[in-house]
Design a protein around this ligand. Structure first.
Ligand SMILES: [Zn+2]
Ligand SMILES: [Zn+2]
Length: 441
């Protein structure tokens, strides 16, 4: 398959003399398989030059699948400027995660209302169809594409394409579940040394891949004040990809404040880090206009991660039980979850929580650790001991940000571990992801 970067920048387009080498357009990557299936990953401002290129050079009519990771501005702003959409006869399938409250066409047409843009979505000449994607394997244009939820304060999907004997992943935007990545006492660089199950799932998704294109917006020094904004550091990405046995890592979604000289520095630091781990992985920063072909004589079937499909209709509205002795926290969590369309039950103690689980059979449990009487670990232990069917997804939501609390929570059977304070969209995304993953406990 052939890969070409049309947009490598995160957040906002950054044109000018200081970004000529790595590029100023926002996220857009084109992948074309040997059979001619064309995939466009995200429609940031890079979609405009891609559209112009296709109009001039591609076979007509133009047919492509547009894979949106999510609908933050920098991933959809080029959509109305993608010229092939205006031409009758062209056909596009637009895929992406279902919005929490709004459908994909509603979000895309929202940015094309007359207030913002002169032509409405419905007036475009091409035939455009839409498909909500859930986690799991999908067949698109005869190509296997797997999707997995990312850790971002909006519902965002990462994609793994298997074609022509090669595997390529597009993982934007994503933030570490836990920093640093590893158990403090374990050997760095091994999948089993990853502390948080969310990071391990992320590593398994990219395991053995030929190419991984990954959000790496920050340096480790920049990360602390930008925690919960939904982006990775090059250090996290390099370490997790090396542990997953990735052959080629391309860092993208460059921060708007990083000029060419700064990105060259990041590229060198990431290469040194991979080498220091003893990894043969090639690492580079994405350059706008960069093009490469990837083929593999024989696909190593053992490296293909099987991802269970989940039903997107189940992820709409969930019954969530919050167990926390802190009334203010329950209020904030309830507000965030009700706003996201969920129904909420509350318990102020572990004992009350367990009895509400018996009576109401909630879809998901949000559990505090430090409570008077029965603490969260004991609630988890009792819950897991008496369960027989599908395990209840449990997100531990705690002020205890230490490694031991996280490790113990996973040992006792937590599905996810989230440290207070949280942001409302972050909580909604983790609830939906946790519900989708729970049957794989
Ligand atoms: Zn972004
Ligand atoms: Zn984003």
């Amino acid at each position: 398959m052939n890969l070409r970067f049309w947009g490598t920048r995160g957040s906002i387009a950054t044109p000018g003399p200081s970004t000529i080498e790595f590029g100023g357009n926002t996220s857009c990557v084109e992948v074309v398989t040997n059979s001619g299936a064309r995939f466009i990953f995200d429609c940031g401002t890079g979609a405009r030059p891609l559209g112009a290129h296709l109009m001039a050079h591609a076979q007509k009519p133009i047919v492509a699948t547009i894979m949106l990771s999510h609908t933050h501005w920098d991933h959809i702003q080029g959509f109305p400027f993608f010229a092939p959409l205006f031409v009758p006869g062209n056909r596009f399938l637009v895929c992406g995660p279902p919005g929490a409250k709004t459908s994909l066409p509603e979000v895309l047409s929202g940015q094309m209302e007359y207030t913002y843009f002169p032509v409405e979505l419905a007036q475009l000449g091409a035939k455009i169809t839409y498909q909500d994607l859930a986690e799991g394997a999908h067949e698109l244009q005869g190509v296997r594409v797997s999707a997995q939820l990312l850790n971002h304060p909006a519902i965002a999907l990462g994609y793994r394409v298997e074609a022509d004997g090669a595997s390529l992943l597009y993982l934007c935007d994503h933030e570490p579940f836990w920093e640093p990545l590893w158990h403090s006492a374990a050997a760095v660089g091994r999948l089993e040394s990853i502390l948080h199950d969310g990071d391990r799932r992320h590593a398994l998704f990219m395991q053995g891949a030929d190419v991984v294109i990954h959000d790496a917006q920050y340096t480790p020094e920049e990360y602390a004040p930008k925690k919960n904004w939904g982006h990775s550091t090059y250090s996290y990405v390099t370490q997790i990809a090396a542990a997953a046995g990735v052959k080629r890592l391309i860092l993208t979604h460059h921060d708007p404040t990083h000029d060419d000289a700064f990105l060259s520095g990041i590229e060198m630091r990431a290469q040194d880090l991979a080498a220091s781990m003893g990894s043969p992985m090639e690492v580079s920063c994405a350059r706008e206009g960069y093009e490469a072909s990837f083929e593999h004589e024989a696909l190593d079937k053992t490296s293909v991660t099987e991802i269970h499909s989940s039903d997107p209709s189940h992820s709409g509205s969930l019954l969530v039980l919050i167990v926390d002795d802190d009334e203010d926290l329950r209020f904030l969590a309830r507000k965030a979850l009700v706003h996201a369309g969920h129904t909420v039950l509350e318990a102020g103690s572990g004992e009350e929580g367990l009895s509400l689980i018996e009576i109401h059979k909630p879809d998901l449990l949000l559990l505090d650790l430090n409570m008077p009487g029965m603490n969260g670990f004991e609630v988890l232990r009792r819950l897991r001991t008496r369960e027989t069917g599908r395990p209840l997804p449990v997100i531990v939501l705690t002020a205890l940000g230490d490694e031991e609390s996280a490790r113990s929570s996973f040992q006792f059977g937590a599905t996810d571990f989230l440290i207070k304070p949280f942001t409302p969209p972050q909580l909604d995304v983790r609830v939906r992801a946790c519900f989708a993953h729970a049957d794989r406990l």
